[in-house]
Design a protein around this ligand. Structure first.
Ligand SMILES: *Cc1c(COP(=O)(O)O)cnc(C)c1O
Length: 381
């Protein structure tokens, strides 16, 4: 049995190890240190926004994003239904109610039309959402020019869950900066990792200062531990920020490698019937995070997934939409079946930047021969 091929494993090595040990040997273990400041400055220079706060996870960043934007118990918050559960969980942490909005077929992200429908309905009911969380799934932005003005007009905050889309751009602008604030994740499976971590970004330091304050137990600036707010312990460790800086320096290359792997898959699967790829609209620059394919037949998708698993290759269905998750069975939704269709027909293929050409080829060979009924030996190239 060959080594297991993972979907999106960490791509770390000497640079990350050296950075981690340098921080350790420098005595910058706790509570903060130069790498934490440096990491925030790195991300701020990429977004062009002054506000950046390094946190323990993307989920923590979402939670605080909601708190600093005034989301309260019983508020409604509109959320992309096609996402990872963390997005919707953060709404529940605030005691607010997620209302799920389905995807469009152009970007697979929040449909501007269905958002309009949901906002019209909210106006009629006399209860506008406090915020809209738009997710940039699989490393690609939503269509913000069709989304943000609708929210601005009604004074609704747009929070961008760009956990998967660092380095992607929308009409040339970095993901995370199209709304009122944004969130990135550095979990182990993301395009870059600190083994666990996240970042809140905002166009003003007023908002990010508030996030930093809440993330460090809401301590007043006095010696005796005075608290006027309920705080959280969400600050990223300086050691992990050091890893983050080393990863960020390599991010352009890691993103380019993922895009190269996607091109390989596209070439190898070009003539295979019943298989198509995630669309990339002309206004989008995708970061390459995960290569996602759709199968005309869900049963074929399942067979391919099983055949890959038998060869120790990890693949996964696309995210199961939140409006069909048991945990959110009581939540309202505006859906037209798009994300459910993507979930039933879609598969994520191994996409990590450490994947070799041979591993991508092996994956395609197994997929192709399974699609052709498993009878003849698959030939991809
Ligand atoms: C990974 C992810 C998160 C959560 O980030 P963590 O750092 O794992 O807490 C949130 N939203 C989306 C879309 C994600 O993929």
């Amino acid at each position: 049995m060959t080594d297991r091929i993972y979907l999106s494993p960490p791509d770390v090595g000497a640079a990350e190890r050296d950075a981690l040990l340098a921080a350790f040997d420098g005595g910058w273990i706790a509570p903060v240190g130069p790498d934490l400041d440096g990491f925030e400055a790195d991300i701020a220079s990429w977004t062009g926004w002054p506000g950046a706060v390094a946190l323990t996870s993307g989920t923590a960043a979402l939670h605080l994003a909601m708190l600093v934007n005034g989301v309260q118990p019983r508020d409604d918050v509109f959320v992309s239904t096609f996402t990872f559960a963390a997005t919707a969980n953060a709404v529940k942490y605030c005691g607010a109610n997620p209302v799920f909005i389905d995807s469009d077929t152009t970007s697979w992200n929040m449909s501007p039309e269905l958002l309009a429908t949901a906002l019209d309905d909210a106006k009629l009911r006399g209860k506008l959402p406090k915020a809209v969380i738009v997710v940039d799934l699989y490393g690609q932005c939503a269509d913000y020019d069709a989304i943000v003005p609708q929210c601005r007009e009604l004074g609704i905050t747009v929070i961008q869950d760009s956990a998967e889309s660092l380095m992607a751009t929308y009409k040339g602008q970095p993901s995370g900066t199209q709304g009122d604030c944004g969130v990135f994740s550095f979990n182990g499976n993301k395009i870059m990792t600190t083994s666990g971590g996240g970042m809140f970004v905002s166009p003003t330091t007023e908002l990010s200062d508030r996030v930093r304050y809440l993330s460090t137990q809401a301590r007043q600036p006095v010696t005796h531990y005075e608290h006027t707010d309920i705080g959280y312990n969400y600050r990223l460790s300086n050691l992990l920020a050091a890893v983050g800086r080393a990863q960020f320096a390599r991010l352009p290359a890691m993103s380019a490698r993922r895009i190269e792997i996607n091109s390989l898959y596209r070439t190898m699967l070009a003539d295979v019937p019943g298989v198509s790829f995630m669309p990339v609209p002309e206004w989008s620059k995708w970061n390459g995070w995960l290569t996602c394919v759709l199968f005309d037949e869900p049963a074929v998708r399942d067979r391919v997934m099983e055949a890959l698993a038998a060869e120790n290759i990890e693949s996964r269905p696309l995210w199961k939409p939140m409006h069909v998750q048991p945990a959110f069975r009581n939540a309202k939704s505006v859906s037209d079946g798009t994300s459910l269709r993507l979930f039933r027909h879609g598969l994520c293929l191994p996409s990590g930047s450490i994947l070799t050409d041979d591993q991508a080829l092996a994956t395609c060979t197994i997929a192709t021969s399974t699609i052709h009924g498993g009878s003849r030996s698959g030939r991809c190239l």
